[in-house]
Structure formats: C-alpha cells, structure tokens
Design a protein around this ligand. Structure first.
Ligand SMILES: [Cu+2]
Length: 120
C-alpha cells in the first residue's frame, strides 16, 4: 500500500512536469451491482479529452472503507473505445472504494473511485 502511494505521487509529479495536455479521465462506465456474491459486469472508461486511451493494462482493487473484506483485485479486459471491464462479485452492498491502476509504456494512471453498490 505504501509503495502504491509512492508510485502515484511520482506519477502526479511526472504528469505535472509534462505540461500541456489534459489530465486523463477515469470514469465508471458500468457501475458494479450486488448480486449476492455472484459476478456482475463492472466497466470503466479511460480517456484524455475526446480520445479514448487504448491498450492499457488495467487493474481494479476493491476494498470497503469501513469493513475489512481484504483487497479484491481484478484485471480488467479491454472492450474497445477505452472501455475496460471484468465481472466483479462484491460480497455485500455498500460503499466500495475502487482503486484503478492503468499502465502503458511506462505511463501510469492511478485514480480512486467510490461506488455505492446496491442490489441489482
Ligand atoms: Cu462490508
């Protein structure tokens, strides 16, 4: 965990140093749904301005802020047009923290999303 904080700090500095160019956007494309432990589709979208960011290696780490469910780590598969997803089986409804790490050719994007996951 300490290491990933360090990496994201480095990343922020590098991105700031690049100047020009908008920051990458990481948005939820399909929100996770609670299906009593069965998998439901989860998708995010990576973009920079109008351009989808393709060919990234993306992982999503799910944790619960107020309870210890450990870390659920998913490798997201690219679906095209900057969309990456995986079936995700959350063990309970509630507020989940989703840490997105994307990497391509040494460029990393690290974003923390939250999702209020409800039954589907
Ligand atoms: Cu919980």
């Amino acid at each position: 965990m300490k290491r990933s904080l360090l990496l994201s700090a480095t990343c922020a500095l590098l991105l700031a140093g690049c100047g020009g160019g908008e920051e990458a956007q990481v948005t939820v494309h399909q929100a996770p749904v609670f299906l009593r432990g069965d998998p439901a589709p989860f998708e995010i979208r990576l973009a920079q301005g109008d351009e989808p960011l393709t060919d990234y290696q993306v992982t999503a780490t799910f944790t619960m802020e107020k309870m210890d469910h450990g870390e659920m780590i998913y490798e997201l598969t690219e679906r095209g047009e900057g969309i990456y997803g995986a079936p995700v089986a959350v063990p309970m409804q509630g507020e989940w923290v989703i840490d997105i790490d994307a990497e391509k050719d040494g460029r990393t994007i690290d974003r923390t999303l939250t999702a209020d996951v409800r039954g589907g």
